[in-house]
Design a protein around this ligand. Structure first.
Ligand code: ADP
Ligand code: MG
Length: 211
């Protein structure tokens, strides 16, 4: 997977987030401040604009540039958290021109570590970590079982979607939703929902390019 693959992923994620912007914002209206879709749509539009003109010849440079863009352009919790995720992922890829499937898994593991370093959320606390962590785990398992990229990323996307659904029954212990206490139960976490969309975009780009 080369730099063009990673640019295609971010473009696809931006398209899906724009299409789901109101849905993500409605999820945030229930347990937050109704800005998650707006925040992310603005952030991914800024990524698209930045990647149009910046020179990003390697997968790592694409992700680092995207992460830095989110950090500088998006407020709220999710801008810095997703920014950190992408930047950590990009740094883990170094300068190589191509990332194989294990390198992609390692970079997504670095993204998870970056989110947890910044936000200190563990699984079960009703955040994006509840989609991201199972997706990384499913990807690693699929790779260990010898799955090709499209199949492995299909498993990862399914785990992210399941993880997002599982946040419905959780009580929020981190972020703005935690202010609601037990009243946060019964709603899908917006950040987990957007993480599932981003993994769905990764799956779609990989399936499209599969041999
Ligand atoms: P804000 O909460 O500042 O309005 P957003 O609405 O854009 O920011 O994003 C909210 C999402 O951020 C939540 O749904 C949750 O998934 C995620 N989030 C909040 N705090 C944390 C944290 N400490 N660790 C991981 N994710 C978090
Ligand atoms: Mg919000």
């Amino acid at each position: 997977m080369d730099a063009a693959f990673f640019r295609a992923w971010l473009a696809e994620a931006g398209t899906v987030i724009e299409a789901q912007r109101d849905h993500l914002t409605q999820l945030d209206a229930a347990i937050g401040d109704a800005d998650h879709g707006i925040n992310l749509a603005r952030g991914f539009a800024a990524i698209a604009a930045e990647l149009q003109q910046a020179v990003t010849p390697t997968p790592g440079s694409v992700l680092v540039k995207a992460g830095a863009t989110l950090i500088s352009k998006v407020g709220g919790a999710s801008g810095p958290l997703y920014g950190m995720a992408l930047r950590s992922a990009g740094k883990s890829l170094g300068d190589s021109a191509d990332a194989d499937l294990p390198a992609l898994a390692a970079c997504l593991e670095a993204a998870l570590a970056g989110v947890q370093k910044l936000g200190a959320a563990r699984e079960g606390e009703k955040t994006m970590v509840d989609a991201l962590a199972p997706a990384v785990g499913a990807l690693q398992k699929a790779i260990a079982e010898g799955a090709p990229a499209a199949a492995a990323l299909t498993s990862a996307a399914a785990a992210a979607a399941d993880g997002a659904q599982a946040t419905i029954s959780m009580q929020a212990l981190k972020g703005r939703a935690s202010y609601l206490g037990p009243r946060s139960v019964g709603h899908e976490d917006p950040g987990a929902a957007s993480t599932a969309l981003i993994f769905g975009a990764l799956r779609d780009v990989a399936v499209r390019q599969a041999p």
